[in-house]
Design a protein around this ligand. Structure first.
Ligand code: NDP
Length: 250
């Protein structure tokens, strides 16, 4: 099986990890729909084999309508990358219910809705690949980010359970669990950490680099390489797994 000609949907595909995955899929000949809340961001990166469609993953009607429109335009989604997410690290005592719900709505409800709407097309076409972009914070507790960590634990549970539901079919469900990747989320986080701790943004970034035992941030393209392997012909028996790309960070 090759991805050429297949319809792939990448949520949060206009920036960072999602964009790197979308570009790799498009380069391999997939017809890629990238989504995010800001149409102008999507338009700026869309191009050959890549179309932008504004969609808020927290909004059920929006997800239902937009995935139906994308399916109408490019056929059933056979590769679904549930990547959209926010990282709001703060102590639980300083987390309001509104903040907690926004993290869950984006990172967990968003993946649930996106995958649910893509599944019928995969089942009907008899082949599908679902990749969720979780985090090592979904495998271990992350100090100072209980809400984010809880959402990513939930995302891994969702991924693993779906792999059981469809075991034996040509649909697979896997999570990728990165450590710190050099994307806009990390830039925003360094600013937040700097404000909270009084460190400079450079010092906050250096703290993240230090967590990786190779002493560097991971590149989005390294995550994309794993995603491409998961949609490629050699990985049909990889199902319900969490692939850590973390440079030894725990
Ligand atoms: P980015 O901030 O670049 O990507 C997040 C993407 O999600 C953006 O494109 C954003 O687009 C989209 N998004 C956010 N909220 C919504 C929403 N409500 N509806 C639709 N789209 C939304 O950072 P990354 O590329 O790093 O993050 C991608 C994923 O990787 C996230 O799930 C993150 O948790 C995960 N991750 C990142 C790590 C890192 O160190 N960078 C480490 C581990 C996991 P827009 O704002 O236009 O809506």
């Amino acid at each position: 099986m090759t991805v050429a000609g297949k319809h792939a949907l990448v949520t949060g595909g206009g920036t960072g990890i999602g964009l790197a995955i979308a570009e790799a899929l498009a380069a391999a000949g997939a017809q890629v729909t990238i989504t995010g809340r800001r149409q102008e961001v999507l338009d700026a990166v869309a191009g050959v084999n890549m179309t932008g469609l504004a969609m808020d993953v927290r909004d059920e009607d929006d997800v239902v309508t937009k995935i139906a429109a994308a399916t109408e335009a490019r056929g059933p989604v056979q590769i679904c990358v549930a990547n959209a997410g926010i990282a709001e690290g703060r102590a639980l005592q300083k987390t309001s219910l509104e903040m907690w719900r926004n993290i869950m709505a984006t990172n967990l409800d968003g993946a649930f809705l996106t995958i649910r709407e893509c599944l019928p097309g995969m089942v009907a076409s008899g082949w599908g690949r679902v990749i969720t972009i979780a985090s090592i914070a979904g495998l271990h507790g992350l100090k100072g980010a209980a809400g984010y960590s809880a959402s990513k634990h939930g995302l891994i549970g969702l991924t693993r359970s779906l792999s059981e539901d469809f075991m034996g079919s040509a649909l697979t469900f896997n999570a990728i669990c990165p450590g710190y990747v050099d994307t806009p989320i990390v830039t925003r986080n360094t600013e937040t950490i700097a404000q909270r701790t009084g460190l400079s943004a450079e010092q906050a970034r250096a703290m993240m680099v230090e967590e990786n035992r190779h002493k560097r941030l991971i590149e989005p393209e390294e995550v994309a390489a794993a995603a491409m392997w998961l949609v490629g012909p050699g990985s049909q028996s990889i199902n319900g797994q969490c692939i850590e790309i973390a440079g030894g960070q725990i």
